[in-house]
Design a protein around this ligand. Sequence first.
Ligand code: DGL
Length: 273
Amino acid sequence: MAAKQAPIGIFDSGVGGLSVLRAIRARLPAENLIYLADQMHVPYGPRPREEIREFSVNIVRHLLTQKVKLIVVACNTASAVALHHLRAAFPETQFVGMEPAVKPAAEHTQSGVVGVLATPTTFQGELYASVVERFARGVTVLQSTCPGLVGEIEKGALRSPETIRILKEALLPMLAQGMDRVVMGCTHYPFVMPVIKEIVGDSVKVIDPAPAIARQVERLLEQHGLRFAKDQGEVRVVTTGEVEQLKEVLPLLVGENWPVSGIYLPVSVTGKD
Ligand code: DGL
């Protein structure tokens, strides 16, 4: 049985999952958190499914060596291709994953047109198809993969001309089709919500699933008697990429200077990297 003080492990291909970490921290400030950014392999979006699955397994193995009590797959892409596999491979571990928040968008749309921004792999996965099938009957669901946007956010370029160009290219055609809800289907994108809101205006609601994920984490911890509620928790950040670069970007994204360390996770199956 995992100890209450044990950390929660959270991972993503890069900095995106910090948008989920931020929501977990706001809701559960006493929890100790370990964040793993697989920046050596970012972006996951255009990669083959097997590769993303393999990276995810390696990350989970590492987080388990840190005695985490629960793991949040704070990446829609990894959730789409690896979550089933992770649950089967690590049956003792509690996982919380992401799914595009099409349900609340489809439930509340007035115009009957919603937009989803996510990676190609997320759109191609069964999880996305099943969410649209179950919750968006009779609703027009528009999609964009925002090519290049994850790279800009990784650099901390939250308002660069390139970021604005990519977002306009994605959002303006959706607006022209009457969209009144837009879903952040990639955990990187909440970091550019101020720009998104400027482009789409007040009549379009932007949906970030992170607060719902934090509530789900809380429910699971309570259900398993693992909620820790004393003191202020610690946050440790680990990257498979450049430590100095992440240290610079962290305050821009979350306004914090948490300790960052580097790690090398060998690729076990394909050995390609
Ligand atoms: N943040 C990720 C997601 O939620 C993945 C971005 C990427 O690496 O392509 O899908």
